[in-house]
Design a protein around this ligand. Structure first.
Ligand code: M6R
Length: 605
């Protein structure tokens, strides 16, 4: 995680570095900092907490220069205070870093014999290594190059050196880094978003690459220090940064955008006239006997719903795994499998590592991503966009429903390709998908009712979410949303599983949110609802119109979503759990868009 940006040129850089940092704040907001070269000497300012704190300090300090680096931090090593904030300095060297230096303890032990360490971070060793090499007489290029050779772990670096006024040194291994090409200026940034207001001409460094930038040139070297040429990419999309508009939070705006975002996903994957799935030709589902879907967090819950769809519609075996477990398990993955990485950002370190593992094993890979300039989109054999547009709220909402929509379309295509579905069934399911934007819009009308309910939920210490079938992952997602933004302890369970242990936690008044659209599992879910109701649970039933009529008065509260085909019900039910979590957090006064301890993009393992 963490975001880095750097500029070397002939104009002052501080304001533009801060602007870039704000675009990177989604990567972490524990602290931030900036270092510039002013008349050849290093100066820095750092602040604990959000970038606005750094801005306030900069207003007073007024530091600027024509080369500089900046950083927004998601703490890994060392508490999130000002001392541990980047850039880290040692002698002549200033460093910003995204990643984890795994051998830092060993290096620190050695370097501590002659050098004083001031922070608890892993990054500080890098500043000392480069500075020590300079002291020993190496020129800046060699000092940087040799230092890289001593590091293990993941990194993207930006380095500036006192006395080397117009150069930025940078490197990438395991964490993403792009070079931006300007006119009389060069840039580095963790992603395209950081640089979009500066240039649209980017070069994505490859694993092990390092580079030296001056205002008019760049030189790139590979892991073996050989000069290499990397292709430049012109990225589309202007400098506009997503705005909240009239919404109180990005999360609410993104929830409300879902009729359009799901519509955009559908436009890409469903042919509305032929009522069939519209999938890239290189994705031929008749080639595969198994699908492996890997993701983290919310994206993984989308993958879990997809398992129901692929298996039930197309009879295709699907394995879903959390990326951080998959990558270290030495999973058996055959050449006849299709590997799909699902990731909003396309940068999540564990998901990316899993994708690379699959590629190394000769498996065809696809990346279902929101950010099409991301590493996953570039490295997978097939990049599948979800077209949800920039998602700024740390809690994923519109990306989730677009992931579900795209995966539902892929499952439909797989079922048709494998001749598991009649044309009538295909038409029914395609129509059900086409209906979802309208149903989402209708669901949003329940916002006021859900807000009142959230007020009750906000006084609880814990909550449970139950579902069956394809609603189980929505129960997980509902619990995750509530946890991450309201800090109320919540768990999602398969409704039939609760009696095998967790039911012991139910006491008088414990809120249990039951997801039960009127489908073939409705009666069974209602039986499970009764089991917890009879033990004192306060039931919030999220169902549809038919379900609400059948459920009678078993629940304390009923949220009645519009009736939908059971195929798309997971998408529709999601709206209720998103709004419930959002309003609960607002009642509790938390920082909804940037909840504590989290970052939008998790680029460390
Ligand atoms: O960018 P990704 O989709 O790979 O991110 C995966 C998770 O980090 C992400 O979904 C996370 O769980 C969200 N904060 C959930 O709201």
């Amino acid at each position: 995680m963490c975001g880095i940006i750097g500029i070397t040129g002939r104009k002052f850089v501080t304001d533009r570095l801060i602007d870039g940092l704000k675009r990177l704040e989604y990567r972490g907001y524990d602290s931030s900092g900036i270092a510039v070269l002013t008349d050849g000497s290093l100066q820095r300012e750092r602040a604990e907490g959000k970038i606005k704190n750094l801005e306030a300090k900069l207003n007073a300090a007024n530091i600027d220069g024509q080369s500089g680096i900046a950083h927004t931090r998601w703490a890994t090593h060392g508490v999130p205070n000002e001392t541990n904030a980047h850039p880290h300095f040692s002698g002549r060297v200033g460093v910003v870093h995204n990643g984890i230096i795994e051998n830092f303890l060993e290096l620190r032990k050695e370097l501590s014999k002659t050098r004083e360490f001031r922070t608890e971070t892993d990054t500080e060793v890098v500043a000392h290594l480069v500075d020590a090499a300079l002291e020993q007489g190496d020129n800046p290029k060699d000092a940087f190059r040799k230092s890289l050779k001593q590091l293990t772990g993941a990194y993207a670096f930006g380095v500036i050196i006192d006395g080397v006024e117009d150069q930025i040194f940078c490197a990438r291994a395991g964490s993403p880094l792009a070079i931006g090409i300007g006119e009389g200026e060069m840039y580095i940034g963790s992603d395209a978003m950081a640089l979009t207001q500066l240039t649209n001409n980017l070069i994505y460094l490859e694993e092990g690459d390092w580079a030296i930038l001056t205002p008019d040139s760049y030189e790139i070297f590979d892991r073996q220090d050989k000069p290499v040429t990397r292709e430049a990419t012109i990225i589309s999309g202007g400098p506009a940064m997503a705005e909240k508009g009239n919404y109180r939070h990005f999360m609410l705006k993104e929830i409300y955008e879902q009729p359009e975002t799901v519509g955009r996903t559908l436009a890409n994957y469903i042919d509305e006239f032929r009522l069939t799935a519209n999938i890239p030709p290189e994705l031929d589902f008749s080639e595969f006997d198994r699908i492996v879907i890997i993701a983290c967090g919310t994206a993984c819950y989308a993958a879990m719903v997809a398992k129901y769809w692929f298996e039930q519609l197309g009879g295709v075996a699907v394995d879903v795994d959390i990326a951080s477990e998959f990558r270290y398990r030495k999973p058996v993955i055959s050449k006849n499998s299709l590997f799909i990485a699902v990731s909003q950002s396309g940068e999540t370190a564990d998901t990316l590592a899993a994708l690379r593992y699959a590629k190394e094993h000769g498996t065809k890979t696809a990346a279902l991503v929101n950010v099409m300039t991301s590493t996953m989109a570039r490295e997978a054999d097939i990049a599948l966009p979800i077209n949800a547009g920039p998602e700024i709220g740390v809690a994923s909402t519109k990306a989730f429903t677009s992931q579900l929509t795209a995966l539902a379309s892929l499952a439909l295509s797989a079922a048709v390709t494998r001749r598991a579905l009649s044309r009538d069934a295909e038409i029914r399911l395609a129509r059900a998908l086409i209906e979802t934007p309208r149903l989402i819009k209708e669901s949003l009308l329940l916002d006021g009712q859900i807000e009142r309910l959230a007020f009750e939920l906000s006084s609880s210490k814990q909550a449970f979410y139950l579902g069956r079938g394809s609603q189980v992952p929505i129960a997980y997602e509902g619990a995750l949303k509530l946890k991450e933004i309201s800090y109320i302890h919540a768990e999602g369970y398969a409704a039939g599983e609760l009696k095998h242990g967790p039911i012991a936690l139910i006491e008088d008044g414990t809120p249990v949110i039951v997801l039960a659209p009127y489908d073939n599992l409705f009666e069974k879910t209602i039986s499970n609802l009764q089991e917890v109701a009879s033990r004192g649970a306060k039931i919030i039933l999220i169902t549809d119109e038919t379900g609400a009529k059948s459920a009678g008065d078993l629940a304390s509260y009923v949220i009645t979503m519009p009736d939908s085909d059971s195929f798309v019900a997971p998408i529709i039910m999601t709206l209720a759990v998103q709004l419930l979590a959002y309003h609960t957090a607002v009642h509790l006064g938390t920082d909804v868009d940037q909840p504590r301890n989290l970052a939008k993009s998790v680029t460390v393992e």
